[in-house]
Design a protein around this ligand. Structure first.
Ligand code: 8YV
Length: 320
């Protein structure tokens, strides 16, 4: 029996090898970056690609979306879609999918690892031991985690997974969202500054983009205060990094754990010199298990599109 014909899919930006291999098993993948002149290639052949695969990391701009005349669906690898030009996709009737849910646990696990690290000084004490400082005396006392106040900024799917873990640490949990979330046992706090004043740990899990740009401002950091810790596993753009650096330098907050930055992959030099901040290279979803699951969901979305004309985990704004 002959092999079923593979549907042709355009790929914009590299993905991890395991995901690229999986995509190639299911589809006839055409890597755009391998074309000598990608724009000329699209002008000549764009009609042949109803579907495109990309990632939250590299994103996709409006010019490229408009440059693929036959395009009807974009399957993106990643839950966030602040780097995808959703407005253009919507205007041109192109559906876009992301990879929600399958990454909730890994991002929540990382948020907790980072929170405990910064409160108890795990990596700081590792550095202390390695440089031989223990020989001169014990490591400084740190901050207890269990039983404290956990403020979650953005109680979406990942925020809820973080909150569930907080119950295991006997935390008092409250959250800030634009609107209260139905059916959750945590108190909604309408004013972000009030949540920051109340919290011992403020964890940021909002979507990126213009709606949350510098949501964590100098004022919010001042409200968090010298005993408070900030954890950001969302997007660098949600935190005013200059204000955060100043707050950490002045010990106006106790510490921060950051998995995301304003200008990734560049490490902000002034943060690198501080001991009261944990710096991670955007590894929230970076496990074999979760990246594999995200890749599978991209494949499922493309299959659904070719079978039914609909992606299976579409970004709501692009469903018409
Ligand atoms: C990474 C993420 O961007 O899912 C997201 O929105 O932030 C992460 O998974 C990953 O590199 C996806 O491209």
């Amino acid at each position: 029996m002959s092999e079923p014909v593979k549907h042709r899919v355009l790929q914009h930006g590299r993905l991890i090898p395991a995901v690229e291999q999986n995509l190639a098993r299911h589809f006839d993948i055409v890597p755009l970056w391998q074309q000598a002149d990608p724009l000329a290639f699209l002008r000549a052949q764009g009609e042949r690609f109803p579907a495109l695969v990309c990632s939250a990391r590299h994103g996709i701009d409006g010019a490229l979306i408009a440059g693929v005349p036959g395009l009807r669906a974009i399957a993106s690898f990643g839950a966030g879609y602040d780097t995808l030009d959703i407005g253009t996709a919507q205007r041109l009737g192109v559906q876009v999918s992301s990879t929600p849910d399958v990454l909730n646990d890994c991002v929540a696990d990382l948020a907790w690892g980072a929170l405990i690290d910064i409160a108890r000084g795990l990596t700081e004490s590792d550095r202390f031991l390695r440089r031989g400082a223990w020989l001169q005396g014990p490591f400084r006392l740190a901050t207890r985690v269990s039983g404290k106040r956990l403020g979650i900024v953005g109680l979406g799917r990942i925020g809820r997974a973080i909150a569930q873990r907080g119950a295991g640490f006997a935390m008092d949990i409250r959250y800030h969202n634009r609107r209260p979330v139905d059916g959750v046992p945590y108190a909604h706090v309408a004013e972000l500054a009030e949540l920051a004043r109340w919290a011992d740990f403020l964890v940021v899990v909002v979507a990126g983009g213009s709606g949350t740009q510098h949501l964590i401002s100098a004022d919010i950091l001042a409200a968090l205060g010298p005993q408070g810790y900030l954890v950001n596993v969302a997007r660098g753009s949600a935190v005013d990094e200059a204000a955060l650096t100043a707050a950490l330098q002045a010990r106006a907050i106790a510490g921060a754990a950051l998995d995301v930055f304003e200008r990734e992959p560049c490490l902000p030099e002034q943060l690198a010199g501080l001991d009261n901040v944990l710096l991670l290279p955007h590894i929230g979803t970076a496990t074999h298990d979760t990246r594999q699951a995200m890749g599978e969901l991209v494949v499922e979305n493309l299959h659904a599109f070719f079978r039914t004309g609909r992606l299976c985990t579409p970004i709501p704004e692009t469903v018409c």
